[in-house]
Design a protein around this ligand. Structure first.
Ligand SMILES: [Zn+2]
Length: 290
């Protein structure tokens, strides 16, 4: 018997406690016939997915500002190109302050509000917060069930999440979010025997077409093989990052632009590939067969 834990995520009115007996409205995914759904790996992934399937993306990150730092330019670009972008944040970032008068609950509320503001700047939908404690997530049945449910509800064709497999220094919640999302897509989300209670809400199995694993913005992981030129959306990314005011220590837009320019200069001096877009976000591509 497959157990199916139930949590009630916060945020996003569309997802808050739907009546179990009411089928949720689902976006259409367009016609999909065998042989027509394959992604051509030699072509630009986002353009390919957008051309062949519904322009729907789901971002799964661990903390309220993860998306903006790692993928904010890419999400701004998707939104500008007509994609619908949903966001899951597994924790509310309720740790990480040196102010002894601030409680975890206060910080979580503040950071959720900042994430809502940032999502609005990017053009994405209001984030859904799973509400796990910062530092307390595990790649377990509870987290995977929640991610699967959102995949079945929002039916994304592109999923963006942390690269949960990259070696070296990484935050536990980042690793967990990346691995749980990978595991939720394969094998769970497209198999009706996983989390069968979803069916009672009218949620059908679904497998996205592709996934992008983020390694940390311009600092590409060794496996990064997909580089999004965010030149046209850089200022939007910066503004979305700055919406996380509790984390930014009073930095201004000019400070952030200067920081990125210094990083670019450093990367150029270190002999980076000159064919890469100077302002970019780098990912590892995963294309799913279905
Ligand atoms: Zn984080």
């Amino acid at each position: 018997m497959v157990s199916q834990p139930r949590r009630t995520p916060r945020g996003n009115a569309a997802s808050s406690a739907p009546a179990r007996t009411t089928p949720l409205a689902r976006p259409t995914t367009g016609p999909r016939r065998s042989g027509q759904s394959e992604i051509d790996p030699s072509k630009d992934l986002i353009a390919e997915v957008g051309r062949k399937f519904a322009k729907r993306a789901l971002c799964v990150f661990a903390h309220p500002d993860d998306l903006e730092f790692s993928s904010g330019g890419t999400v701004a670009k998707l939104c500008a190109e007509g994609w619908t972008v949903d966001i899951i944040v597994t924790t509310s970032g309720n740790k990480g302050t040196k102010d002894p008068s601030v409680t975890g609950q206060m910080l979580a509320g503040e950071r959720e509000e900042e994430a809502r503001n940032a999502a609005a700047i990017l053009g994405a939908n209001e984030p859904v917060f799973f509400g796990f404690h910062d530092g307390g997530t595990s790649n377990d049945d509870e987290l995977r069930a929640l991610i699967v449910r959102h995949i079945r509800r929002t039916r994304p064709e592109l999923v963006i999440t942390w690269d949960g497999f990259r070696p070296g220094f990484n935050h536990r919640d980042h690793r967990v979010a990346g691995q749980a999302t990978y595991d939720a897509i394969y094998p769970s989300s497209d198999d009706h025997l996983y989390y069968p209670l979803d069916k009672e809400e009218g949620l059908e199995p679904h497998r996205p077409a592709a996934m992008l694993l983020a390694g940390g913005g311009m600092a590409a992981t060794p496996t990064a093989d997909y580089h999004v030129d965010i030149g046209g959306h850089f200022r939007t990314k910066i503004r979305a990052i700055l919406a996380h005011t509790s984390q930014m220590g009073g930095r201004t837009e000019a400070d952030m632009v200067k920081m990125y320019e210094e990083r670019r200069a450093q990367a150029a001096n270190n002999g980076e590939d000159p064919s890469l877009p100077p302002l970019r976000e780098s990912f590892t591509k995963v294309i799913f067969r279905r």
